[in-house]
Design a protein around this ligand. Sequence first.
Ligand SMILES: Cc1cc2nc3c(=O)[nH]c(=O)nc-3n(C[C@H](O)[C@H](O)[C@H](O)COP(=O)(O)O)c2cc1C
Length: 314
Amino acid sequence: MQSLDKILDIKYPVILAPMFLVTTPEMVRIALDCGITGAIPAMNFRKESELKAAIEDLKKHSDKAFGINLITNRSNQKYKKQLKAILEAKPAFVISSLGNPKELITEAHKVGIKVFCDVVDLKFAKKVEDLGADAIIAVNSSAGGHSGIIERDELIGQLVANCQIPIINAGGVSTNSDLNHVMSLGAAGASVGTIFMASHECHISDDYKQALIKYGKDDIVLTRKLSGVPSCVIKTEYVKKLGTKPNILELLIKNNTFLKKYAKYLITNFGMKKLEKAAFSATYKNFWVASKAIENIKEIQNLSVIIKKLVQPK
Ligand SMILES: Cc1cc2nc3c(=O)[nH]c(=O)nc-3n(C[C@H](O)[C@H](O)[C@H](O)COP(=O)(O)O)c2cc1C
Protein backbone atom coordinates (compact mmCIF):
# COMPACT_ATOMS: atom_id res chain seq x y z
CA MET A 1 0.00 0.00 0.00
CA GLN A 2 1.31 3.45 -0.92
CA SER A 3 2.44 5.68 1.94
CA LEU A 4 1.19 9.25 2.33
CA ASP A 5 4.49 10.83 1.27
CA LYS A 6 4.27 8.96 -2.05
CA ILE A 7 0.55 9.72 -2.50
CA LEU A 8 1.08 13.46 -2.03
CA ASP A 9 4.70 13.76 -3.18
CA ILE A 10 5.90 15.17 0.14
CA LYS A 11 8.94 14.27 2.24
CA TYR A 12 7.35 12.72 5.36
CA PRO A 13 4.02 10.84 5.77
CA VAL A 14 2.49 13.27 8.28
CA ILE A 15 -0.52 15.61 8.23
CA LEU A 16 -0.63 18.64 10.53
CA ALA A 17 -4.19 17.76 11.48
CA PRO A 18 -7.22 19.94 10.93
CA MET A 19 -8.12 21.49 14.30
CA PHE A 20 -11.18 23.68 14.69
CA LEU A 21 -10.13 27.27 15.49
CA VAL A 22 -6.52 26.17 15.87
CA THR A 23 -4.96 25.18 12.52
CA THR A 24 -4.15 28.28 10.48
CA PRO A 25 -2.78 28.87 6.97
CA GLU A 26 0.46 30.06 8.64
CA MET A 27 0.86 26.74 10.47
CA VAL A 28 0.18 24.83 7.24
CA ARG A 29 2.73 26.98 5.39
CA ILE A 30 5.37 25.97 7.94
CA ALA A 31 4.28 22.34 7.69
CA LEU A 32 4.75 22.41 3.90
CA ASP A 33 8.18 24.03 4.26
CA CYS A 34 9.18 21.28 6.70
CA GLY A 35 8.21 18.46 4.33
CA ILE A 36 4.89 17.37 5.83
CA THR A 37 1.38 18.35 4.75
CA GLY A 38 -1.43 20.10 6.63
CA ALA A 39 -5.18 20.57 6.50
CA ILE A 40 -7.36 23.45 7.70
CA PRO A 41 -11.00 23.07 8.74
CA ALA A 42 -13.26 24.97 6.33
CA MET A 43 -15.12 26.08 9.48
CA ASN A 44 -12.11 28.17 10.52
CA PHE A 45 -13.13 30.72 7.90
CA ARG A 46 -16.17 32.87 8.50
CA LYS A 47 -16.80 33.43 4.80
CA GLU A 48 -16.36 31.08 1.85
CA SER A 49 -14.48 33.86 0.04
CA GLU A 50 -11.88 33.77 2.86
CA LEU A 51 -11.61 30.00 2.56
CA LYS A 52 -11.04 30.29 -1.17
CA ALA A 53 -8.49 33.09 -0.77
CA ALA A 54 -6.57 31.09 1.84
CA ILE A 55 -6.31 28.09 -0.50
CA GLU A 56 -5.14 30.32 -3.33
CA ASP A 57 -2.55 32.04 -1.11
CA LEU A 58 -1.16 28.73 0.11
CA LYS A 59 -0.87 27.54 -3.49
CA LYS A 60 1.12 30.68 -4.32
CA HIS A 61 3.43 30.01 -1.38
CA SER A 62 4.13 26.38 -2.15
CA ASP A 63 3.54 23.81 -4.84
CA LYS A 64 3.29 21.13 -2.14
CA ALA A 65 0.04 19.34 -1.38
CA PHE A 66 -2.24 20.54 1.44
CA GLY A 67 -5.87 19.95 2.31
CA ILE A 68 -9.11 21.31 3.71
CA ASN A 69 -11.37 19.58 6.24
CA LEU A 70 -15.08 19.62 5.43
CA ILE A 71 -17.88 18.61 7.78
CA THR A 72 -20.28 16.65 5.61
CA ASN A 73 -23.26 16.22 7.95
CA ARG A 74 -26.34 18.36 8.46
CA SER A 75 -24.80 20.28 11.37
CA ASN A 76 -22.80 22.18 8.74
CA GLN A 77 -25.15 24.76 7.31
CA LYS A 78 -22.36 26.12 5.14
CA TYR A 79 -21.63 22.76 3.53
CA LYS A 80 -22.81 23.61 -0.02
CA LYS A 81 -21.00 26.95 -0.14
CA GLN A 82 -17.82 25.55 1.37
CA LEU A 83 -17.87 22.64 -1.08
CA LYS A 84 -18.23 25.08 -3.98
CA ALA A 85 -15.28 27.18 -2.75
CA ILE A 86 -13.14 24.06 -2.36
CA LEU A 87 -14.03 22.74 -5.82
CA GLU A 88 -13.11 26.10 -7.35
CA ALA A 89 -9.85 26.64 -5.45
CA LYS A 90 -8.75 22.98 -5.66
CA PRO A 91 -6.57 22.02 -2.71
CA ALA A 92 -4.81 18.67 -3.24
CA PHE A 93 -7.11 16.84 -0.84
CA VAL A 94 -10.15 17.16 1.41
CA ILE A 95 -10.65 15.39 4.72
CA SER A 96 -14.33 14.62 5.31
CA SER A 97 -15.69 14.35 8.81
CA LEU A 98 -18.93 13.47 10.59
CA GLY A 99 -21.24 12.59 7.70
CA ASN A 100 -21.81 10.85 4.39
CA PRO A 101 -19.04 11.94 1.98
CA LYS A 102 -20.71 10.60 -1.20
CA GLU A 103 -21.37 13.91 -2.91
CA LEU A 104 -17.98 15.29 -1.86
CA ILE A 105 -16.12 12.29 -3.31
CA THR A 106 -18.00 12.44 -6.62
CA GLU A 107 -17.57 16.18 -7.07
CA ALA A 108 -13.97 16.36 -5.81
CA HIS A 109 -12.84 13.58 -8.14
CA LYS A 110 -14.28 15.43 -11.14
CA VAL A 111 -11.74 18.22 -10.55
CA GLY A 112 -8.83 16.05 -9.40
CA ILE A 113 -9.08 16.57 -5.62
CA LYS A 114 -8.38 13.52 -3.44
CA VAL A 115 -10.72 12.70 -0.56
CA PHE A 116 -9.58 11.19 2.74
CA CYS A 117 -12.43 10.20 5.07
CA ASP A 118 -12.46 10.21 8.88
CA VAL A 119 -13.73 6.85 10.14
CA VAL A 120 -13.87 5.27 13.59
CA ASP A 121 -14.57 1.63 12.69
CA LEU A 122 -14.36 -0.97 9.95
CA LYS A 123 -18.02 -0.66 8.97
CA PHE A 124 -17.70 3.00 8.05
CA ALA A 125 -14.28 2.38 6.49
CA LYS A 126 -15.79 -0.18 4.08
CA LYS A 127 -18.59 2.26 3.28
CA VAL A 128 -16.25 5.10 2.30
CA GLU A 129 -14.01 2.70 0.41
CA ASP A 130 -17.04 1.61 -1.64
CA LEU A 131 -17.87 5.28 -2.26
CA GLY A 132 -14.41 5.75 -3.79
CA ALA A 133 -12.44 7.45 -0.99
CA ASP A 134 -8.72 7.78 -1.74
CA ALA A 135 -7.65 7.05 1.83
CA ILE A 136 -9.06 6.52 5.29
CA ILE A 137 -8.22 8.61 8.35
CA ALA A 138 -8.48 6.05 11.16
CA VAL A 139 -9.59 8.07 14.18
CA ASN A 140 -8.77 5.99 17.26
CA SER A 141 -9.63 6.29 20.95
CA SER A 142 -6.48 8.35 21.64
CA ALA A 143 -7.21 11.06 19.06
CA GLY A 144 -7.74 14.67 20.08
CA GLY A 145 -11.04 16.36 19.24
CA HIS A 146 -13.86 13.90 18.59
CA SER A 147 -12.09 10.72 19.64
CA GLY A 148 -12.82 7.33 18.20
CA ILE A 149 -13.81 4.24 20.13
CA ILE A 150 -11.20 1.64 19.17
CA GLU A 151 -7.65 1.57 20.45
CA ARG A 152 -4.88 2.64 18.00
CA ASP A 153 -3.14 -0.65 17.13
CA GLU A 154 -6.37 -2.64 17.02
CA LEU A 155 -8.01 -0.15 14.64
CA ILE A 156 -5.02 -0.02 12.30
CA GLY A 157 -4.88 -3.83 12.31
CA GLN A 158 -8.57 -4.22 11.44
CA LEU A 159 -8.50 -1.62 8.68
CA VAL A 160 -5.19 -2.68 7.11
CA ALA A 161 -6.39 -6.29 6.99
CA ASN A 162 -9.76 -5.50 5.42
CA CYS A 163 -9.39 -2.38 3.25
CA GLN A 164 -7.56 -1.89 -0.02
CA ILE A 165 -7.01 1.88 0.30
CA PRO A 166 -4.33 3.57 2.46
CA ILE A 167 -5.00 3.94 6.20
CA ILE A 168 -3.79 7.15 7.86
CA ASN A 169 -3.64 6.92 11.65
CA ALA A 170 -5.14 9.71 13.82
CA GLY A 171 -4.38 9.59 17.54
CA GLY A 172 -1.64 8.18 19.73
CA VAL A 173 1.25 9.65 17.77
CA SER A 174 3.39 12.28 19.43
CA THR A 175 6.97 11.01 19.02
CA ASN A 176 9.15 9.68 16.24
CA SER A 177 8.93 6.17 17.67
CA ASP A 178 5.10 6.37 17.72
CA LEU A 179 5.22 7.37 14.06
CA ASN A 180 7.54 4.50 13.17
CA HIS A 181 5.34 2.12 15.15
CA VAL A 182 2.11 2.95 13.30
CA MET A 183 3.97 2.77 9.98
CA SER A 184 5.31 -0.68 10.95
CA LEU A 185 1.69 -1.82 11.50
CA GLY A 186 0.88 -0.88 7.91
CA ALA A 187 -0.42 2.67 8.30
CA ALA A 188 0.28 4.94 5.33
CA GLY A 189 0.93 7.92 7.57
CA ALA A 190 -0.31 9.84 10.59
CA SER A 191 -2.52 12.85 11.17
CA VAL A 192 -1.15 14.64 14.24
CA GLY A 193 -2.73 17.53 16.13
CA THR A 194 -2.20 18.13 19.84
CA ILE A 195 1.61 18.42 19.93
CA PHE A 196 1.52 21.17 17.29
CA MET A 197 -0.65 23.36 19.52
CA ALA A 198 2.38 23.80 21.80
CA SER A 199 4.09 26.02 19.24
CA HIS A 200 4.87 29.73 19.20
CA GLU A 201 3.03 30.06 15.90
CA CYS A 202 -0.21 28.54 17.21
CA HIS A 203 -2.52 31.38 18.21
CA ILE A 204 -4.44 29.76 21.09
CA SER A 205 -4.24 31.64 24.41
CA ASP A 206 -1.13 31.44 26.60
CA ASP A 207 -3.17 29.85 29.39
CA TYR A 208 -4.25 27.08 27.01
CA LYS A 209 -0.60 26.55 26.03
CA GLN A 210 0.55 26.52 29.67
CA ALA A 211 -2.15 23.93 30.42
CA LEU A 212 -0.69 21.72 27.65
CA ILE A 213 2.60 21.78 29.57
CA LYS A 214 1.18 21.55 33.09
CA TYR A 215 -1.32 18.72 32.66
CA GLY A 216 -0.51 15.11 31.73
CA LYS A 217 -2.20 12.13 30.10
CA ASP A 218 -4.22 11.28 33.23
CA ASP A 219 -5.84 14.73 33.08
CA ILE A 220 -7.57 14.08 29.75
CA VAL A 221 -11.27 13.25 30.04
CA LEU A 222 -14.04 12.63 27.54
CA THR A 223 -16.89 15.11 27.66
CA ARG A 224 -20.20 15.25 25.87
CA LYS A 225 -20.68 18.88 26.84
CA LEU A 226 -19.06 20.37 23.77
CA SER A 227 -21.18 18.57 21.19
CA GLY A 228 -23.26 15.41 21.03
CA VAL A 229 -20.13 13.42 20.20
CA PRO A 230 -17.57 12.70 22.95
CA SER A 231 -14.59 15.07 22.79
CA CYS A 232 -11.45 14.88 24.90
CA VAL A 233 -10.55 17.90 26.99
CA ILE A 234 -8.15 18.80 29.78
CA LYS A 235 -9.71 18.16 33.21
CA THR A 236 -9.36 21.67 34.57
CA GLU A 237 -11.12 22.79 37.77
CA TYR A 238 -13.92 24.15 35.58
CA VAL A 239 -14.44 20.85 33.76
CA LYS A 240 -14.39 19.00 37.10
CA LYS A 241 -17.07 21.32 38.47
CA LEU A 242 -19.27 21.09 35.41
CA GLY A 243 -19.02 17.34 34.94
CA THR A 244 -18.71 15.68 31.57
CA LYS A 245 -22.27 14.53 30.86
CA PRO A 246 -24.81 16.61 28.94
CA ASN A 247 -27.09 18.65 31.21
CA ILE A 248 -30.87 18.40 31.42
CA LEU A 249 -31.42 21.09 28.79
CA GLU A 250 -29.10 19.38 26.35
CA LEU A 251 -30.79 16.01 26.98
CA LEU A 252 -34.20 17.60 26.50
CA ILE A 253 -33.20 18.94 23.12
CA LYS A 254 -31.83 15.58 22.08
CA ASN A 255 -34.90 13.62 23.20
CA ASN A 256 -37.71 15.98 22.12
CA THR A 257 -39.25 14.78 18.86
CA PHE A 258 -39.73 18.27 17.50
CA LEU A 259 -36.29 19.52 18.49
CA LYS A 260 -34.53 16.25 17.73
CA LYS A 261 -34.28 17.06 14.05
CA TYR A 262 -32.27 20.13 14.93
CA ALA A 263 -30.50 18.72 17.96
CA LYS A 264 -27.30 17.87 16.17
CA TYR A 265 -27.11 21.32 14.67
CA LEU A 266 -27.97 23.08 17.95
CA ILE A 267 -25.59 21.09 20.11
CA THR A 268 -22.76 21.30 17.62
CA ASN A 269 -23.22 25.03 17.34
CA PHE A 270 -23.49 25.58 21.09
CA GLY A 271 -20.36 23.48 21.38
CA MET A 272 -18.59 25.53 18.78
CA LYS A 273 -19.33 28.73 20.67
CA LYS A 274 -17.83 27.27 23.84
CA LEU A 275 -14.81 26.10 21.87
CA GLU A 276 -14.36 29.48 20.26
CA LYS A 277 -14.34 31.11 23.71
CA ALA A 278 -11.95 28.53 25.08
CA ALA A 279 -9.48 29.00 22.27
CA PHE A 280 -9.20 32.75 22.55
CA SER A 281 -10.00 33.90 26.06
CA ALA A 282 -7.51 33.63 28.90
CA THR A 283 -9.64 32.02 31.60
CA TYR A 284 -9.72 28.52 33.01
CA LYS A 285 -13.52 28.63 32.94
CA ASN A 286 -13.37 26.92 29.59
CA PHE A 287 -12.94 23.69 27.74
CA TRP A 288 -9.50 23.05 26.32
CA VAL A 289 -9.51 20.30 23.72
CA ALA A 290 -6.38 18.12 23.68
CA SER A 291 -5.38 14.47 23.67
CA LYS A 292 -3.19 12.34 25.92
CA ALA A 293 -0.31 13.47 23.67
CA ILE A 294 0.05 16.38 26.14
CA GLU A 295 2.08 13.95 28.23
CA ASN A 296 4.99 14.65 25.86
CA ILE A 297 4.62 18.44 25.84
CA LYS A 298 7.26 20.01 28.08
CA GLU A 299 7.74 23.45 26.51
CA ILE A 300 6.48 25.80 23.82
CA GLN A 301 8.71 25.61 20.76
CA ASN A 302 8.84 26.73 17.16
CA LEU A 303 6.50 24.65 15.03
CA SER A 304 9.36 23.67 12.72
CA VAL A 305 11.27 22.23 15.69
CA ILE A 306 8.28 20.12 16.80
CA ILE A 307 7.80 18.83 13.26
CA LYS A 308 11.49 17.93 12.89
CA LYS A 309 11.49 16.04 16.19
CA LEU A 310 8.48 14.05 15.04
CA VAL A 311 9.76 13.09 11.61
CA GLN A 312 13.45 12.63 12.28
CA PRO A 313 14.88 9.99 14.60
CA LYS A 314 17.10 11.36 17.41
C1 LIG B 1 -8.11 21.19 19.36
C2 LIG B 1 -8.49 20.15 18.35
C3 LIG B 1 -9.44 20.45 17.39
C4 LIG B 1 -9.79 19.51 16.42
N1 LIG B 1 -10.68 19.85 15.44
C5 LIG B 1 -10.93 18.99 14.42
C6 LIG B 1 -11.74 19.37 13.32
O1 LIG B 1 -12.23 20.50 13.24
N2 LIG B 1 -11.97 18.46 12.34
C7 LIG B 1 -11.42 17.20 12.38
O2 LIG B 1 -11.66 16.41 11.46
N3 LIG B 1 -10.65 16.81 13.40
C8 LIG B 1 -10.37 17.67 14.41
N4 LIG B 1 -9.53 17.30 15.41
C9 LIG B 1 -8.88 15.97 15.35
C10 LIG B 1 -7.55 16.05 14.60
O3 LIG B 1 -7.78 16.32 13.24
C11 LIG B 1 -6.73 14.74 14.73
O4 LIG B 1 -7.50 13.65 14.36
C12 LIG B 1 -6.24 14.55 16.17
O5 LIG B 1 -5.73 15.76 16.65
C13 LIG B 1 -5.17 13.47 16.26
O6 LIG B 1 -4.87 13.19 17.60
P1 LIG B 1 -3.73 13.98 18.44
O7 LIG B 1 -4.33 15.28 18.81
O8 LIG B 1 -3.50 13.11 19.61
O9 LIG B 1 -2.52 14.14 17.57
C14 LIG B 1 -9.18 18.22 16.42
C15 LIG B 1 -8.21 17.92 17.39
C16 LIG B 1 -7.86 18.88 18.33
C17 LIG B 1 -6.80 18.53 19.34
